[in-house]
Design a protein around this ligand. Structure first.
Ligand SMILES: [Zn+2]
Length: 498
């Protein structure tokens, strides 16, 4: 017996007669599927009120709103339920128009990019999504549909669309139109401005609740913070940080993705490491104690250990083992559970590591504790306010979040570091070496039109070539002085004008 139970709501507005035909058809259909189900006809004065009452009374784990006229085959309800039941989506909007994505550009622009089809009401929700999205609505008429779309975005629910074939004679009056939708749009915006809706889960970087769904990527949603401009994954997968390390034997798989960091040729990686070391040399005297968080292939450690008292940590056992095999002092630990048995460090480096950490505040607090007062933090990360990032963001969204969980903006990083007890010394664009093989592949994939020309130019350029990936390099110093709780004091004064 399936544990899934379905509640089908048939909203009935005003003095319409009870839809016995639709009700019978739906009951017959769901009886054949094996799901537990209930069909409720919700009689109310307005559509919004019917939705709210229906959702609050529904007991199912999946809630479907159907049309009393049933202009589509009843199996469409089953398709919507299957989408929710499989976990592919939390909300499903059915649409009678194959080109739904292009209709109502004005509403999409001012409200949210994903809108329901106004001519049919068929929608399905997981019980959680329904409670948040339909339960928080305030409007009465058809604008309630727009409100549902708006709140789905605000609370970060995934929406999928299914197309259904409808009998045009049975379609009801559209619940909103391109122009008539502007009235509920204004009401929704005003409601949101007056904070009549429950606030969304806050940004993990600046704790603002002005966060919105930015894009749907396979298996997750990218959220954007309007205040600090950072982007982050809606759901962090259960990381292996803090868990005991299990040794897993895996067959060797050659790197398939040429954009994978570890796939860059040895010389490019080594030259990048030399370049990073040269920057550190300017600030840190020889023989100082240096900690690298995230050692990857150990190329930086190999270079740095000749001049510094180098210690590395990496939470991936394979990386730590490989680095130890190169004779480096590397521990398999996450930053959170690394215990420094020696004196405090003079410098700590985080090269493209902070964006993989789910709690940057906690991570920087640990970095601060491991550094001696006045010690230096070297950090490289992508910059979501950078030109190159903004230019390529839409295309590379899924790739950017393949391993990263939070992408920071320059301003968010400044604020974060200042609040964590650091003083910014410099922020500059970061350059890395990439070999021609990588660049040729990149050109072939990204810019096939001008790729031929650029490949010719590439021939006369040095290999590996110094390029930017839109990253920034931040040098920050731990504030000296007595160990008082700097963060508490700093957090009450504005550190960053906006
Ligand atoms: Zn934020």
């Amino acid at each position: 017996m399936s544990s899934t139970s379905v509640s089908v709501l048939l909203p009935l507005i005003g003095s319409s007669s009870a839809p016995s035909v639709a009700r019978d058809a739906i009951e017959r259909y769901f009886a054949s599927t094996g799901f537990e189900f209930e069909v409720s006809v919700v009689h109310e004065q307005s559509y919004g009120a019917a939705i709210r009452r229906g959702v609050s009374e529904a007991r199912g784990s999946i809630i479907v709103i159907a049309d009393a006229e049933l202009p589509y085959p009843v199996s469409a309800l089953g398709d919507a339920v299957a989408m929710i039941d499989s976990g592919a989506s939390e909300i499903v909007f059915a649409s009678a128009h194959p080109d739904e994505e292009r209709r109502y550009p004005l509403l999409r622009w001012f409200l949210v990019p994903v809108l329901p089809d106004p001519s049919i009401h068929l929608k399905a929700f997981s019980a959680t999504a329904a409670r948040f999205v339909a339960g928080e609505t305030k409007l009465h008429g058809g604008g309630c549909d727009l409100e549902i779309a708006f709140l789905a975005n605000k609370y970060g629910f995934r929406i999928e669309r299914i197309n259904v074939h409808c009998d045009p004679r049975l379609l009801s009056k559209p619940s909103f139109g391109g122009i008539t939708g502007l009235v509920p749009l204004t009401a929704i915006r005003l409601n949101d401005r007056n904070m009549n809706y429950r606030a969304a889960r806050r940004c993990p970087v600046c704790f603002s609740s002005e966060v919105w769904s930015w894009a749907q990527i396979p298996g997750n949603i990218v959220r954007a913070c309007r205040r600090c401009k950072c982007r982050y994954l809606n759901q962090f997968s259960e990381g292996d940080d803090g868990l005991p390390v299990h040794r897993v034997l895996r067959a060797y798989v050659p790197p398939a993705d040429p954009f994978e960091e570890t796939a860059h040729s040895r010389t490019a990686r080594e030259k990048t490491s030399q370049r990073r070391l040269a920057h550190i040399r300017r600030d840190i005297p020889q023989h100082a104690r240096l900690l690298e968080v995230g050692v990857r292939d150990g190329s930086f450690g190999a270079a740095a250990s000749r001049e510094y008292e180098y210690v590395g940590i990496d939470h991936a056992p394979a990386a730590a083992r490989a680095a130890r095999a190169r004779g480096l002092d590397v521990y398999c630990a996450a930053l959170q559970n690394f215990v420094n048995t020696g004196p405090a460090f003079d410098a700590i480096t985080l090269f493209h590591v902070l964006e993989n950490m789910t709690d940057p505040h906690d991570a920087l607090a640990h970095v601060k504790d491991l550094l001696k007062p006045g010690g230096t933090l070297f950090l490289t990360t992508f910059d979501t306010e950078g030109f190159l990032y903004l230019l390529t963001e839409k295309k590379r969204m899924a790739h950017n979040f393949r391993t990263h969980v939070i992408l920071f903006s320059r301003s968010a990083l400044i604020e974060l570091l200042e609040r964590s007890g650091f003083e910014i010394q410099s922020i500059v664009p970061d350059f890395e070496y990439r070999d021609h093989k990588f660049l040729r592949h990149w050109l072939a994939v990204r810019l096939p039109h001008i790729g031929g020309l650029v490949r010719k130019i590439l021939r006369i350029l040095p290999d590996p070539l110094l390029v930017t990936s839109g990253s920034i390099r931040v040098i920050a110093r731990r504030r000296a002085g007595p160990l008082l709780n700097v963060r508490t004091i700093r957090s009450v004064e504005p550190t960053h004008a906006r």
